[in-house]
Design a protein around this ligand. Structure first.
Ligand SMILES: C[S@@+](CC[C@H](N)C(=O)[O-])C[C@H]1O[C@@H](n2cnc3c(N)ncnc32)[C@H](O)[C@@H]1O
Length: 407
């Protein structure tokens, strides 16, 4: 049963999910959304557990200097899309650095070097892939925090969406049975695509936008856009993963190159695990001129990678679950797993390549902490930590760690 008590709390830390952390009078930790370290806040306890509680912000009694008024009007209306709109952009990067350092120390038991907080990327108008739900009137929207019915993006638009995406979110009409839309654009090419789930039906969008239904993709139809990043042109199919913003993708590539450092010698063999459409394999392969091996499980991404890496002599694209992949020899490895991280089945496979350098791209601090512990136990040493703030105004973390392993 929920217990609605309210008390004043000093916020002292930040959790990986973006909540502020403080202590209740009885000593238990309490996690509260929308608050910042250094603040005194009044909270209502909404979830009681033995060792911790969750609370809802009632009032900011003493605000941190980093607190700001959310720049997006949709926050007031309850949009749950961006959980850190109340945090000044520079402080967002600093807090993410704290989250990463804490995960490496506390979960991985690894002492990291001070994190490089990475480049400052534009906080607004950046997102080139957006997944939205469709509300009752057939308009694209986002789920409200703590409510089921979504909030239509409407004429005010979405602050973080790229203008080419925003126009579709504001003006597109997606009558039932459409329940969800994924809007994807190429910022450099201007190409636009909307994937409607389960089907396109009577949807209407601006002329020139490619529309495809999940039902069509399931029966073998293909649809894609192109983007240009790091001087290369990428084919990206409707179902393939691609990073959410091109400037952030450039920054991520730069972070991987820096993490690998001097090991990225001419002729070096590169293995790119969880390669998607071939991003790191393509850039690193072009740079070293050596052999590249890209490993990816998605049929759609593998088909794109075959096109995207066609100019690289001898590039090998392996369609496999990395957990079952038979390692091949490498000088350097880059691995960019999804939220669950590498895990105990993949870390020994990386070691079995014989590589002396690894760039690990992590999008979940907890998974990074667990992977760090596994890598350290397997003889890897953490050399560098660089964040790339792909998702400003949210607590989402993207981080590249550089690892070395003496052979
Ligand atoms: C975070 S994305 C990274 C893609 C690519 N590195 C990029 O930056 O565009 C993770 C990719 O791993 C793939 N993937 C997820 N689990 C996998 C697994 N167990 N084995 C192989 N690929 C996997 C997904 O399909 C996705 O393309």
């Amino acid at each position: 049963m929920e217990v609605a008590t309210s008390e004043e709390v000093a916020v002292t830390g930040v959790a990986a999910g973006g909540e502020g952390v403080g202590r209740l009078g009885d000593g238990r930790a309490v996690f509260v959304r929308g608050v910042l370290p250094g603040e005194r806040v009044r909270v209502t306890v909404t979830e009681e557990r033995k060792r911790f509680a969750r609370g809802t912000l009632v009032e900011v009694v003493e605000a941190a200097p980093e607190r700001m008024a959310p720049p997006c009007p949709q926050v007031e209306a309850g949009c749950g899309g961006c959980d850190w709109q109340h945090v000044a952009p520079a402080a967002q990067r600093e807090l993410k650095g704290r989250i990463v350092t804490d995960a490496l120390r506390r979960i991985g038991r690894v002492e990291p070097p001070p994190p490089d907080l990475g480049p400052e990327l534009a906080p607004e108008g950046w997102r080139t892939t957006v997944r939205a739900v469709v509300e009752g009137e057939g308009r694209a929207g986002f789920r409200l925090h703590h409510a089921h019915e979504p909030l239509a993006v409407g004429p005010g638009g979405c602050l973080v969406a790229h203008p080419l995406v925003d126009e579709i979110l504001r003006e597109g009409v997606f009558p039932r049975p459409v329940g969800e839309v994924t809007v994807r654009v190429g910022a450099a090419t201007g190409e636009r695509l909307v994937l409607c789930t389960p089907t396109v039906g009577d949807s209407q969008v601006a002329a020139g936008v490619v529309m495809v239904g999940a039902d069509e993709l399931a029966s073998g139809h293909r649809a894609w856009i192109h983007e240009i990043v790091a001087g290369r042109r990428w084919r990206i199919s409707a179902e393939s993963f691609f990073q959410s913003r091109p400037d952030g993708t450039e920054a991520l590539v730069d972070a991987v190159v820096t993490a690998l450092g001097e090991t990225l010698t001419p002729g070096a063999t590169v293995v790119d695990l969880y390669s998607g459409v071939g991003l790191f394999a393509g850039v690193l392969g072009e740079r070293t001129g050596g052999r590249v091996v890209a490993v990816e499980s998605s049929r759609s991404a593998v088909a794109d990678a075959r096109i995207n890496l066609a100019d690289l002599d001898g590039a090998r694209i392996v369609r496999s679950d990395v957990r079952r992949w038979h390692p091949s020899a490498a000088d350097v490895v880059v691995a960019d797993p999804s939220r669950q991280g590498l895990g105990a089945e993949v870390v020994p496979r990386i070691g079995a390549t014989g590589a002396s350098a690894l760039a690990l791209v992590s999008c979940d601090p907890g998974a990074l902490g667990r992977d760090a512990g596994l890598l350290a136990a397997d003889g890897w040493r953490l050399g560098s930590v660089r964040l790339v703030d792909l998702f400003p105004h949210t607590s989402h973390v993207e981080v590249v760690t550089g690892w070395i392993r003496p052979n």
